[in-house]
Design a protein around this ligand. Sequence first.
Ligand code: SAH
Length: 219
Amino acid sequence: MVDSFEAKGKRRKLVEEVRRKGIADERVLEALNEVPRHYFIDPAFLHHAYQDKAFPISSGQTISQPYTVAFQTELLNVQKGSKILEIGTGSGYQAAILAAMGARVYTIERHRNLYQQARKMIISLGYDVSFFFGDGYSGRPAYAPYDGILITAAAPEIPVVLLDQLAMNGRLVVPVGKGSVQSMMLVERRGESDFVESRHGQFSFVPMLPGVVRGREES
Ligand code: SAH
């Protein structure tokens, strides 16, 4: 795979578009400029890779819209060295953005082929990310506490079991809703059992589903 001059140019334009739409965190924008999004979808769709749109990947899933990736990342308030748990690895693009910002990333995916593809791509890019194949519903308590937990699929309600895995001042970012449109929720941990919730606009994600996908899958 090559990160051509053309791809880099398209990426710079995408970063400016995302900035115009309201993303102000320069570290997020820098990561968006660094990570070659066209590596995470079929490279034949180079043109689509740098449009600010979600795009289908395998197993009926999608790579989130770049603006949405940037929005969730900004809301997480990622610092160098932050420990972040992502639920819904998908293509691995969001995990790469977090790693590019210097976060220590743990990511979980329930589709085995997506888990394998994302892992391969991220390793080839040289980012240090821990991948897990399995159900992310109950997080990964073994590595808790996390400074941030990011859910990249729609949850029917705030998954309370994950709140326990947040560090003090940790942030959980999750799209919540049962329909096709969800509210972006931020839950901040202010104390042992003190959590503050806020809402940050409307987004549209594929649903979070329980369990692990079994059997043969298309790729
Ligand atoms: N972050 C991804 C976007 C993923 S789309 C990216 O950057 O490309 C949402 C992903 O969440 C899908 O891959 C879906 O399979 C996964 N998912 C849904 N429910 C899950 C669960 N309970 N545990 C782990 N992953 C889940």
